[in-house]
Design a protein around this ligand. Structure first.
Ligand code: CP
Length: 306
């Protein structure tokens, strides 16, 4: 089924076959070089509405749109829009849908992308809604896992850090649970462990998982470790955040016990989850992962809009 004019508010809005199609297009774009592809989106306007800060997602979406010949409009500070006068999310979306061909939205509230989709006449792409989901990050994460492991099934994948509020981790967990025979190692202290609904989802999808809090021990049999920043902005109190803020820092002792094919991923921004001495380690793949955001988002925009 074509993705033309489809919204992506949650990773499961698309099927596994559609994820694979997007990864394949992204691979072709990466191989060809992002500067060399046809400008299939001339005369197209992509709006980027960022109600929360972003570096990678907004700039890689804008780079992707511009590389495809589209133009962009939008805001990075809702306080400078009529939201500051009390305008609702729904009315903001209705207006911008009249000015553009697709809307990329990041918003602090879970479910905001689905709300936007409900009133929009153009496709909505979720660039992160609260602690809920970050589906385009997941597509580039899948791309990076496939690039490093050669497959998306039969893997042991660790998720460590803020598994309660980390939306990038949530969407990726949902995706990898759909591929065959993956095992998840969920590594977090009690306060920020994986939500129960996700554990039920793993059961429904016959995906095995373990839960623990010992990062060093859990690292040893992993193919991939997906580290997550502790999401300070989502905690109820500063005291709760302070209690877990330095829970994990992946360093040389951790890297020393990893398998040969192991790769370390992080959606970024990072605070202190990774010893920067590992930045040039051949198993650290997080900078390549971030760069994959451009070909992947080009593939997505092309699929939806071309
Ligand atoms: N990975 C990611 O969402 O980064 P930004 O918050 O910088 O967009």
């Amino acid at each position: 089924m074509t993705l033309r004019n489809r919204s992506l508010t949650a990773i499961n809005d698309f099927t596994i076959s559609q994820w694979n199609d997007i990864l394949e297009i992204a691979q072709k774009i990466k191989t060809q070089g992002v500067a060399n592809v046809d400008r299939t989106l001339g005369n197209t306007l992509v709006a980027t509405l960022f109600f929360e800060p972003s570096t990678r997602t907004r700039l890689s979406f804008e780079a992707a749109a511009l590389r495809l010949g589209a133009q962009t409009l939008g805001f990075t500070d809702a306080a400078a829009t009529s939201v500051a006068k009390g305008e609702s999310l729904e009315d903001t979306i209705r207006m911008v849908a009249g000015y553009s061909d697709a809307i990329v939205i990041r918003h602090p509230e879970s479910g905001s992308a689905a709300r936007a989709h409900a009133v929009s006449t153009v496709p909505i792409i979720n660039a992160g809604d609260g602690a809920n989901e970050h589906p385009t990050q997941t597509l580039l994460d899948l791309f990076s896992i496939k690039e490093t492991q050669g497959r998306l099934d039969n893997l042991t994948i660790g998720f460590a850090g803020d598994l309660r509020y980390g939306r990038a981790a949530h969407s990726l967990m949902k995706a990898v649970a759909k591929y065959g025979n993956n095992t998840l190692r969920l590594i977090a202290p009690k306060q920020i462990e994986t939500p129960k609904e996700l554990l039920s989802y793993f059961d429904e999808n016959n995906t095995g998982y373990t839960q623990s809090s010992d990062l060093l021990e859990a690292t040893q049999d992993l193919d991939i470790l997906y580290l997550s920043r502790i999401q300070k902005e989502r905690f109820d109190s500063n005291a709760d955040y302070e209690a877990v803020k330095n829970v994990y820092c992946f360093g040389e002792p951790h890297m020393a016990v990893t398998k040969d094919n192991f790769r370390l991923l992080h959606a970024f921004p990072r605070v202190n989850e990774i010893d920067t001495a590992l930045d040039t380690h051949p198993k650290s793949y997080y900078f390549e992962q971030a760069a994959n955001g451009v070909p992947l988002r080009m593939a997505l925009l092309h699929s939806i809009l071309a």
